[in-house]
Design a binder for this molecule. Structure first.
Ligand SMILES: [Zn+2]
Length: 114
């Protein structure tokens, strides 16, 4: 266990996954580098989910009702404070998966964040 590996582990503790992955790249430890990058993706997914939740909460507090159009079939998908998150994972009309990141961007505009 050399110092760089210790440092890489500390970076993972600190959720600085990409920095850790670069160190592993440098050491030729491809498996560890991949694990660090996958951990980083999982963290992003979790954060987006939290963002959608808090944005829906803002919609609820503001008493807003808005309509998101499906990126595939352009069907209207109504979003209000009582909308269940699971209903927003797929278009109810064509079944297309709705990207959480797109939803976050849309809702961010709706609630007036910059
Ligand atoms: Zn659709």
């Amino acid at each position: 266990m050399n110092l760089q590996q210790v440092h890489a582990r500390n970076l993972i503790e600190a959720e600085r996954f990409e920095d850790a992955a670069k160190i592993y790249d440098g050491l030729g430890k491809w498996k560890e580098a991949g694990e660090a990058r996958r951990a980083s993706k999982r963290t992003v997914v979790t954060q987006v989910q939290v963002d959608v939740n808090s944005l829906i909460e803002q919609v609820r507090k503001g008493g807003l009702i808005t309509t998101y159009s499906c990126p595939a079939c352009h069907s209207p998908i109504q979003i209000s404070g009582s909308t269940d998150l699971s209903a927003l994972s797929h278009c109810q009309y064509c079944g297309t998966t709705i990207q959480s990141t797109d939803l976050v961007e849309f809702l961010t505009h709706v609630v007036g964040y910059r």
